[in-house]
Structure formats: structure tokens, C-alpha cells
Write a protein that binds this ligand. Structure first.
Ligand code: SDX
Length: 426
């Protein structure tokens, strides 16, 4: 028996079905609301609105729970790899050894860019932001793979997904090399996904960069922890763009643009800027907290729409940052400053009352700094990690559900009807 919610409005009672999820999360199905009551819902920022059902990622914000296809994030972080996680998110199950080997081989086969793509970089100024290059060039991949603009089979989807997951790494590394005035380092098919990225970033001709196993493991962990997070801003963007039957390249390119915002994927760079302000003596931690409390700015890397407890990814990243610095024999003042700021915030009533905790971005930058990745590349690293999640959601929206195009309604508050006024009478 389907549970219902009753809406009584202007003397009419409407029963609206309740939709229930795997873990008891519930929603009112309002698909008949306008036709039966002449009403729409009003929910700026979609604080209380679910546009879809999804089986990919489960987040319980009150209890700090994050699971990819049912597997707890701490187990995946501890025992998995980024490539394995990409398969899990997209295809729904952990890959067999043979599936993982074939998927990895497929990513290797797709690591090169068409030689003409190199000319795109020539059109950007050296100080062009790498996120602008990434979104533009990922979208341009559609020009080189016409056969994958209309995806009608699982095989075509698999190929397009492999191309994007592999090439996004190459495009990102090339955008860094462009900004440094260094020659592009071509991918090396003998290297694993993460090791190959670090090679393309930091090798120079005739001097191969050989990262430590700890550095490769830390990068894989970073990407795994960023791989998906249900209906966040950029993923919802990918689903919306994909709902118009736009191709996969264009849809994930839109996701990159949404992620760039400083309230979203741009926050990791914002955290470093904030901690550097304290390191350089421009502000004390207490002053930073007071400014945030006066709403003069946001404490970057703190707070979350869903997590009203500690972001489980931040717990893992904080520990991993410590371990990486120790294993690399490095120290980073920003780590100590970050922990001091966290401790002060978590004992301050303003943050306690609002349930503001460190999120995924608060400590992630420490790991990227230890890997010598410059701060402008931080949102790019987030995008590389989130790519499998975006692709999984696009697939769920696009092929599995044959969904309707996303087209929200509005409450109009503009002018009433009026006639055109000739310019001489205005
Ligand atoms: C990501 O959605 C996802 O899943 C995103 C993500 C993913 O994996 O895709 O997890 C990745 O984007 C993490 C978030 C990264 N952004 C930041 O760290 C930027 C700083 N954080 C905030 O801007 C904010 O917390 C948001 C944007 C993350 C969430 O904002 P909400 O849910 O819209 O919260 P809100 O603005 O309604 O804030 C509620 C209250 C307000 O105070 P009052 O009006 O009640 O007095 O909390 C305050 C806010 O002013 N507040 C903060 C704050 N975040 C919220 N005050 C100071 N510093 C902050 N960071």
C-alpha cells in the first residue's frame, strides 16, 4: 500500500504518493501537483528537492555516511584504487580482475589526444586558467569523435567513458605544462593511471619523473574520494545538460564549469589562500573566524549542504595528508594552521550551532601541495576525480531512464501586461 501525503488547498484535498528509498529516505511525488492543484513548489537552491532517483551514491549527512554503490567510502579508500572506483560507479559492481585489467588497458589505449588538439592550447594565453582550458578542450573532444556524439549502445557509452576518463588527465597535464612554458610530455602506456598523470605533469625531456609509491597512492586516494557525491551542483548540471540529449563530452564539460565555482570545487584553492593569509601574518586564526562569523566571507573548506557532521572524506584526507608529509619527509605550515583553525572553529558556538564542519576541501590541498601540484590546478584535480561520477550520473539519466528534459517552473514576479512604447515617447 503506497503511503501518501495529503495536501488540502482551497477546499480541495489531494493525495500525493510518498516515494521511499533504500534506507528509508522519503519524498513526496509531486508529478501531479500542478495538474490537480494548480500549484508548483518553490525551493530556491533545491534545498528540499530531489530531481531523480539514483542508485549510484548514498550520503547520510546527519551521520557522516558516504557509500559508492553500497560500499563504505573508508573501505574503498583503504583497499580500492581510482580506476576500480570509476568502474564501480559507472557499472554498479566492483570489477573482476579481468574486467579491471581490460578497463585499465582501455584507458591506456585512449590516453593520447588527437595531434590537432595541441593547437587548441596555442590559442590560450600562458596565464589562462586551466579550468577554462579543461572545459573547452573536453567539449572539443566531440569534434574528434563524431561517432560518439549520439550514444545508442552500451559499447559506445563504454568507449566514450574510457576516452574521457583517460584524456581528461592528458588535457589537465598539458594545461599545466602550457602555463609553465614547458613542452608537453606525452603519456606513457607502461604507467598506471595516476603514475602516468604525474609523469605528464613533472617529467622533462630526457629526465623521467619517477614519483614515490606514496605519492602515487596519495593521488589515487585523492581522486577516489572526489569520484562522486550524489546530486551536488556539478553532477546535477551534468544530469540537466544530459537530459536535453546533449552528448557526453558537452555534458561533462558543463560539469567542469559548474565545479569551478568557489562555493564548490573552487573551494580547495580558497582554503589554501585562506591558510596562507594566516601563515603570512595578514590575519590570525581568530580574526579569520570572526570575519566568517560577521559574514564578511566564508570559512573555506567548512560547511556543507548535506553534511551536518564531519565529512567522512575530510577525516580520511586529514589522516592521509599527515601520512604523506611524514613519508615524503616534508612539513607544511598550512597543515598545522589548518588544524589550529579547525580546532578553534569546532569549539566556537557559531560553527557548532550551524553544524559547520570541515568538508572534503579543507585538507585536500595539503596533499596536492605535497605532490607539488600548483593551487591553480586544484579544481582541475577535483574534476579529474569527479569525472567517473559525472559519467555514471549522465548514463543513469540519459540511457537508463530515457528521462524527460529538465525544465523547472518559476514564480513570475515581473511587470503586468503593457504595450510597446515607441522610442520617441519614452
Ligand atoms: C563541495 O554538494 C556537495 O556534495 C559538494 C561537494 C561534492 O563532493 O560535490 O561535497 C564538494 O563543494 C564542498 C563544499 C565546498 N565549499 C566550501 O567549502 C565553501 C564554504 N562553504 C559554504 O559556502 C557553505 O557551507 C556551502 C556552500 C558549502 C553550503 O552552503 P549552504 O548549504 O547553502 O549553507 P547556507 O549558506 O544556508 O549556510 C547556513 C548558515 C548561514 O548562516 P545563517 O544565515 O544561518 O546565520 O551557515 C553559515 C551561513 O552564513 N555558513 C557559513 C559557512 N557555511 C555556511 N559561515 C561561515 N563559513 C562557512 N563556510
Amino acid at each position: 500500500m503506497t503511503k501518501t501525503a495529503q495536501l488540502i488547498f482551497e477546499g480541495k484535498t489531494i493525495d500525493l504518493p510518498i516515494v521511499e528509498g533504500t534506507h528509508g529516505d522519503r519524498a513526496i511525488d509531486i508529478t501531479r501537483l500542478r495538474s490537480e492543484a494548480g500549484l508548483i513548489t518553490y525551493d530556491p537552491g533545491y534545498m528540499n528537492t530531489g530531481p531523480c532517483r539514483s542508485a549510484i551514491t548514498f550520503v547520510d549527512g546527519e551521520n557522516g555516511v558516504l557509500r559508492y554503490r553500497g560500499y563504505p567510502i573508508d573501505q574503498i579508500a583503504e583497499r580500492g584504487s581510482f580506476t576500480e572506483t570509476a568502474w564501480l560507479l559507472i557499472f554498479g559492481e566492483l570489477p573482476t580482475r579481468d574486467q579491471l585489467a581490460r578497463f585499465s588497458a582501455g584507458l591506456c589505449a585512449e590516453e593520447l589526444l588527437h595531434e590537432d588538439v595541441k593547437h587548441h592550447f596555442e590559442g590560450f594565453p600562458p596565464n589562462g586558467h586551466p579550468m577554462a582550458m579543461l572545459s573547452a578542450i573536453v567539449n572539443s573532444l566531440g569534434c574528434y569523435h563524431h561517432d560518439l556524439l549520439e550514444i545508442e549502445s552500451k559499447g559506445e557509452f563504454y568507449l566514450a567513458a574510457s576516452k574521457i576518463i583517460s584524456k581528461v588527465r592528458t588535457i589537465a597535464a598539458f594545461s599545466y605544462r602550457k602555463s609553465m612554458g614547458l613542452p608537453f610530455m606525452y603519456p606513457n602506456p607502461a604507467l598506471s593511471y595516476c603514475r602516468n598523470f604525474l609523469h605528464m605533469m613533472f617529467s622533462i625531456p630526457h629526465r623521467h619523473y619517477d614519483p614515490s609509491p606514496e605519492a602515487v597512492r596519495a593521488l589515487s586516494l585523492f581522486l577516489t574520494l572526489h569520484a562522486d557525491h550524489e546530486q551536488n551542483c556539478s553532477t546535477s548540471t551534468v544530469r540537466m545538460v544530459g537530459s536535453s540529449q546533449a552528448n557526453l563530452f558537452a555534458s561533462v564539460s558543463a560539469g567542469i564549469c559548474a565545479l569551478w565555482g568557489r562555493l564548490h570545487g573552487g573551494a580547495n584553492a580558497g582554503v589554501v589562500a585562506m591558510l596562507e593569509q594566516i601563515r603570512d601574518g595578514h590575519r590570525t586564526p581568530r580574526e579569520v573566524l570572526e570575519l566568517a562569523k560577521q559574514k564578511k566571507f566564508r570559512l573555506m573548506g567548512f560547511g556543507h549542504r548535506i553534511y551536518k557532521s564531519y565529512d567522512p572524506r575530510a577525516v580520511i584526507l586529514k589522516k592521509a595528508a599527515h601520512e604523506l608529509l611524514y613519508k615524503l619527509g616534508k612539513a607544511d605550515e598550512l597543515m598545522d594552521i589548518g588544524m589550529e583553525l579547525e580546532s578553534a572553529a569546532l569549539s566556537d558556538p557559531y560553527f557548532i550551532e550551524r553544524k559547520l564542519y570541515p568538508n572534503v576541501d579543507f585538507y585536500s590541498g595539503i596533499i596536492l601541495r605535497a605532490l607539488n601540484i600548483p593551487v591553480q590546478m586544484f579544481p582541475v584535480m577535483f574534476a579529474i576525480g569527479r569525472m567517473p561520477g559525472w559519467i555514471a550520473h549522465w548514463y543513469e539519466e540519459h540511457l537508463e531512464h530515457k528521462s524527460k528534459i529538465h525544465r523547472p517552473r518559476q514564480i513570475y514576479t515581473g511587470q503586468v501586461l503593457r504595450d510597446y512604447v515607441p522610442i520617441d515617447e519614452r
